[in-house]
Design a protein around this ligand. Structure first.
Ligand code: ADP
Ligand code: MG
Ligand code: MG
Ligand code: MG
Length: 418
C-alpha cells in the first residue's frame, strides 16, 4: 500500500488508495475508476466495505484505532487485524473451505482484502427471520473440532505450538475486553452495562447477589485467562457465521487467543439457546415458531454430537502432538487407555462448555454488547420474558454444570422455562 502511516479508508478514498494493488485489480477489475464501494460494517469494531469492479467483488475490512461502537474515547490497537489475518490462515489450513479466502493483508493499514461471500447472510439474521439452515449444526461442529483439536498440544509439535502461543499472547486488548465484558461486568453495576429496564430489574438484582454464580463466573474467567490449550476463534457467535442453504462460513476471528477448547463451543451453543428464547418475540402468533424452536434444539444436539465425534476421530487418527502419545497407549497394545483418556478429556470440555455458554447468555442481556435476537424485539414487555428465560438457563448452566449430563436434560429445562 502507498503509505506506512495508518489512514482510515472511506467510500470516497478507497478506489484511489487500493487502485494500485495488483492482486485486488486482478480479482475485481483493473479500472478502479469503475469500482463501486459500499460500507456494510454492522459490527462493533471495524470498517467493512464491499468493492465491486468490472470483473467481480471483494471485501475490504479495516480496523480503526478505537472501538467503533463507542468512539475515539475507547482506543483499541490496530494489531487486531494482524491477529485476524493469522487466525484466518490457520483456520483455512485446519478446516479448508470454512473461512473466506484472503487476497491481501496490509499490516500497517490494518486491512484485510478477502473473498466477498454472496449470497450468504449472517446466521443470526437468518435465525431471527425464522430460516432453518440445514447444514449449520454439522458444519460448525466439524469446524470447532478441527480448528480446536489441530491448534492444540494434541496435534502440534511443541516448538510450533509455543511459537503460536507467543504470537497470539500479544492480542492483549481484545482478551481484556472479553475478560471484563463477559466475565465481570454483567455481575455488577458496571458503567457500560444496560438491560431491559424496569422489567428485568428484579432478576438482575437477584443474579448480581448470587454468590454461587459470581464464583462460577470467576472460575470460568480463570480458565479463559490461564488455560492456553488451543487457538480459539474468540468471538464465535451466530453473528460471525455467514450462510446459505448449502454453505457455512466463519468470519471475524480478531479475538483469536490461546484458550480452552471449550470456549468457542460454549459461546456458539449459547447463541442458539438465545435464538430459541427469542423466537417468542418474533412469532406472528403463539406457536407459529414451534418448528423453528425444535430445529434450534436439534441443531444444538447435532453441533455437539458432531463436535464430539470429529474430536474423537481426530484423537484416534491425528494424535501427533506432545500429549497422550500413542507410544504410551496404542503402541503398547493398550488402545483402551487412549479411549479412557479421550472420555475424560471430552467430559471436561463438556462441563466447561456449559459454563461458558451460561456466562455468554448473561453478558448478552446484561452487559454492553447485546445481540440482535433480543434487540430486534421492539416491545420491551415482549422482550423481557424472553430475556428472563434465557437468564435463568444461563444461571442453571453456569452453576450446575458439573451435574448436567446430557443435552436431553437441558432440553427439558429449556422447554420447561418456555
Ligand atoms: P466486526 O469485526 O466489526 O464485527 P465483521 O468481520 O463481523 O466485522 O464484519 C461485519 C459485517 O460485514 C458482517 O456482519 C457481514 O455482514 C459483513 N462481512 C464481513 N466479512 C464479509 C465477507 N467476507 N463477505 C460478505 N460480507 C462480509
Ligand atoms: Mg463481527
Ligand atoms: Mg457483525
Ligand atoms: Mg469483530
Amino acid at each position: 500500500m502507498e503509505s506506512q502511516v495508518f489512514t482510515a479508508l472511506s467510500v470516497e478514498t478507497l478506489p484511489d488508495r487500493l487502485g494500485g494493488n495488483a492482486v485486488l485489480k486482478a480479482k475485481i477489475g483493473a479500472d478502479s475508476s469503475h469500482w463501486n464501494v459500499r460500507e456494510v460494517g454492522d459490527g462493533n469494531l471495524n470498517l467493512v466495505f464491499i468493492v465491486t469492479g468490472d470483473q467481480g467483488a471483494a471485501i475490504v475490512k479495516q480496523a480503526l484505532p478505537y472501538v467503533r461502537l463507542v468512539g475515539e474515547s475507547w482506543p483499541l490497537p490496530l494489531k487486531r487485524s494482524f491477529f485476524e489475518y493469522h487466525a484466518l490462515t490457520r483456520q483455512a489450513a485446519r478446516d479448508p473451505g470454512m473461512v473466506p479466502e484472503i487476497y491481501v493483508f496490509d499490516e500497517a493499514q490494518a486491512l484485510i482484502v478477502m473473498e466477498y461471500l454472496t449470497p450468504h447472510v449472517i446466521l443470526r439474521r437468518a435465525l431471527i427471520d425464522g430460516r432453518a439452515l440445514p447444514r449449520i449444526g454439522r458444519d460448525l461442529g466439524l469446524f470447532a473440532a478441527r480448528t480446536l483439536f489441530r491448534g492444540s498440544d494434541l496435534s502440534m509439535a511443541t516448538r510450533e505450538k509455543k511459537a503460536d502461543l507467543a504470537l497470539f499472547a500479544d492480542n492483549v486488548e481484545l482478551c481484556d475486553i472479553t475478560e471484563n465484558l463477559v466475565f465481570s461486568d454483567p455481575y455488577f453495576e458496571a458503567a457500560l452495562n444496560r438491560h431491559t429496564t424496569p422489567q428485568l430489574d428484579p432478576i438482575v438484582a437477584e443474579l448480581r447477589a448470587d454468590r454461587d454464580l459470581k464464583v462460577e463466573a470467576q472460575r470460568l474467567k480463570h480458565l479463559f485467562s490461564a488455560k492456553a490449550e488451543t487457538l480459539c476463534h474468540g468471538d464465535l457467535h451466530t453473528g460471525s457465521v455467514m450462510v446459505t442453504d448449502d454453505e457455512t462460513r466463519v468470519i471475524d476471528p480478531e479475538f483469536a487467543f490461546y484458550g480452552p477448547i471449550s470456549f468457542d463451543v460454549g459461546m456458539l451453543i449459547a447463541n442458539f439457546w438465545m435464538s430459541y428464547f427469542s423466537q417468542a418475540g418474533h412469532e406472528t402468533a403463539p406457536g407459529a415458531r414451534d418448528g423453528m424452536r425444535a430445529y434450534l434444539l436439534d441443531t444444538i444436539e447435532t453441533l455437539w454430537e458432531t463436535f464430539r465425534a470429529e474430536f474423537a476421530h481426530l484423537w484416534r487418527t491425528e494424535r501427533k502432538g506432545i500429549l497422550y502419545q500413542a507410544s504410551l497407549f496404542e503402541d503398547r497394545g493398550d488402545p483402551l487407555a487412549a479411549e479412557q483418556a479421550l472420555a475424560i478429556v471430552i467430559d471436561e470440555i463438556w462441563r466447561e462448555m456449559l459454563g461458558f455458554a451460561g456466562i455468554e447468555i448473561h453478558r448478552r442481556i446484561l452487559g454492553l454488547a447485546h445481540n440482535a435476537d433480543f434487540e430486534t424485539i421492539a416491545d420491551p414487555d415482549r422482550r423481557a420474558p424472553c430475556e428472563t428465560r434465557a437468564l435463568k438457563l444461563g444461571r442453571h448452566l453456569a452453576v450446575n454444570r458439573q451435574r448436567i449430563h446430557s443435552l436431553r436434560d437441558i432440553r427439558e429445562t429449556v422447554e420447561r422455562l418456555e
